[in-house]
Design a protein around this ligand. Structure first.
Ligand SMILES: NC(=O)c1ccc[n+]([C@@H]2O[C@H](COP(=O)([O-])OP(=O)(O)OC[C@H]3O[C@@H](n4cnc5c(N)ncnc54)[C@H](O)[C@@H]3O)[C@@H](O)[C@H]2O)c1
Ligand SMILES: [Zn+2]
Length: 383
C-alpha cells in the first residue's frame, strides 16, 4: 500500500538561526502573533530576541507564558480561553514539549467549533486554524515535527496523545543557542527521550522506508553526541547534532510511532508526575531487552550505523550491545533508574499494570506482543 510522510514546510538550523524569524514573519504576513512560552524559558531570556524581531517588523504580539509543564487538558482549555479573545493569526512557540504541544493544540482549537474534549474522543476532527512556528528549547521531544500533542488526563491518572497531521508545525527554527545553557538534567532526560523516539520508531511495526531514514540518522546523531554534550556543556556542535537528531526523531514519530517504552511511561507521568524523558529513560533498556529477539535485525542495523568499525559480529551480539549502549547512556547521564526514588513501590503495581495495558495505541506498534504479565515483569524490574 506504500507509505507517506508529512513534515514541516521549512526548517532553519544553526547557531543564531533565530534571526531567520525575520524572514519567516515577512513571508507569513502576520498581523498579530501569540507567543507561547513558560516562565522558566522566559526567565532564561530565550524569548528576548524573538520579541525584538516582532517589534522590528512592527507586528503586534501578545505573550502567554503561563504554560504548565506536562499540561493536562484542563490547563490547555484554560490557556486557550485567554488567547481566544485576542484575534491572533500566527502562533510562535518558544519552549520544550509542554509549550509546543500547548501551542499546537491552540492552532487547531482557536476559532473552531469543537473542543479539546471532542479531540480527545475523535482527533480526526482537528483542522489547522492558525499557522505555527516552533522554536524548541529542549533537545527533546521532537514535538516541533510531530503530528502529536500529548496531554495528561488527571481523571485517568495517565497521558494521552492527540494525533492528527494538522498538528504538524509549519515552520521550525532549531537554534542551538536555545539549549546552550539548558540545565544538564533536562538535557539528559530530553536527549534520552529523543533517542527513544528514534529507536522505537525504527523497531516498531509501523516502521517504513521513510520513517526509517529519519529514525536511523536521528539515532546515530544522538548516540554519538548525547554523552559528549552532557559532559561538556560548551560543545555546541554536539548540542546542534542533538537538536537535529531530536527533530528527525519527531519526523520518525509522524511516519511510524513510538512503542511500549512510551506506552508504559505514560502512567508514570500521568499519576506520579515523573518527567517524560526520565520515565522513558527508566523503561528504555528493560523494554528493549524484552523486545530484542523480535527486532534483532533492526537493532543490529542501528548498531552498525553507530559502530561502523565492528561489522563482524553476529546479529544477536550486535542487538545485545546496542541495548547495552542504551543502558550506558542512561548511566552516564546520571538519570535515576529506579521507581523507588519517586516513591513508587509494589503497592502501585496493580494500577501501573492496568494503566500500562490500556495504552493499546502504542502497544499495538510494539514489535513483540505484551501481556499484562509481561508488563508486570517490566515494572517490577525497575522498582
Ligand atoms: N508532541 C510530541 O510529539 C511529544 C513527544 C514527546 C514528548 N512530548 C511531551 O512534551 C512534554 C515534555 O517536554 P520537555 O521534555 O521538552 O520539557 P518541558 O517543556 O516540560 O520543560 C521542562 C522544564 O524545562 C524548562 N526549560 C525548557 N527549556 C529550557 C532552557 N533552554 N533553559 C532552561 N530551562 C528550560 C521549562 O521551563 C520547564 O520547567 C511532555 O508533556 C511530553 O508528554 C510531546
Ligand atoms: Zn517522548
Amino acid at each position: 500500500m506504500g507509505c507517506s510522510l508529512q513534515i514541516p514546510a521549512s526548517v532553519h538550523v544553526g547557531i543564531n538561526s533565530i534571526e531567520k524569524l525575520t524572514e519567516v514573519i515577512c513571508h507569513t504576513v502576520a498581523t498579530k502573533v501569540a507567543l507561547f512560552t513558560d516562565k522558566g524559558v522566559r526567565e532564561a531570556g530565550l524569548c528576548n530576541r524573538a520579541i525584538e524581531i516582532l517589534s522590528e517588523q512592527n507586528v503586534a504580539y501578545e505573550i502567554f507564558d503561563s504554560v504548565i509543564a506536562e499540561p493536562s487538558f484542563h490547563d490547555i482549555e484554560h490557556i486557550i480561553k485567554q488567547v481566544s479573545d485576542t484575534n491572533v493569526d500566527l502562533i510562535l512557540a518558544i519552549g520544550g514539549g509542554s509549550v509546543m504541544d500547548t501551542a499546537k493544540l491552540a492552532s487547531v482549537l482557536l476559532g473552531s467549533t469543537y473542543t479539546i474534549l471532542d479531540l480527545i474522543d475523535d482527533a480526526s476532527l482537528a483542522k489547522k486554524m492558525v499557522r505555527t512556528i516552533m522554536v524548541p528549547t529542549t533537545c527533546g521531544t521532537g514535538s516541533e515535527a510531530t503530528c502529536n500533542a500529548i496531554i495528561s488526563i488527571p481523571e485517568e491518572s495517565s497521558k494521552k496523545g492527540i494525533v492528527n497531521i494538522s498538528l504538524i508545525p509549519d515552520e521550525v527554527i532549531l537554534d542551538v543557542q536555545m539549549i546552550e545553557k539548558l540545565p544538564k538534567s533536562i538535557l539528559a532526560a530530553t536527549g534520552v527521550d529523543a533517542l527513544a523516539h528514534c529507536v522505537e520508531c525504527f523497531t516498531g511495526k509501523k516502521a517504513n522506508i521513510l520513517s526509517d531514514a529519519y529514525a536511523k540518522v536521528g539515532a546515530s546523531l544522538i548516540f554519538s553526541n548525547l554523552v559528549k554534550a552532557y559532559t561538556n556543556p560548551d560543545d555546541l556542535e554536539a548540542k546542534l547534532s542533538l537538536m537535529v537528531g531530536a527533530y528527525f526523531g519527531g519526523i520518525a514519530i509522524t511516519g511510524s510511532g513510538t512503542t511500549a517504552v512510551h506506552g508504559l511511561s505514560y502512567p508514570l507521568g500521568g499519576k506520579y508526575h515523573i518527567p517524560h524523558g526520565v520515565s522513558n529513560a527508566i523503561l528504555f533498556a528493560p523494554v528493549m531487552n524484552f523486545n530484542r529477539k523480535s527486532c534483532q535485525p533492526q537493532l543490529a542495523q542501528l548498531f552498525d550505523t553507530v559502530n561502523p568499525c565492528m561489522p563482524n559480529l553476529d546479529e544477536d551480539t550486535k542487538s545485545r550491545y546496542l541495548v547495552d549502549q542504551i543502558t550506558e547512556i542512561v548511566r552516564a547521564t546520571e538519570i535515576p533508574v529506579s521507581l523507588k526514588k519517586f516513591g513508587i513501590d509494589k503497592t502501585d503495581l496493580d494500577f501501573l499494570v492496568k494503566a500500562g495495558f490500556q495504552q493499546q495505541r502504542l502497544l499495538a506498534n510494539n514489535p513483540k506482543l505484551m501481556s499484562e504479565n509481561d508488563i508486570q515483569m517490566i515494572y517490577e524490574s525497575v522498582l
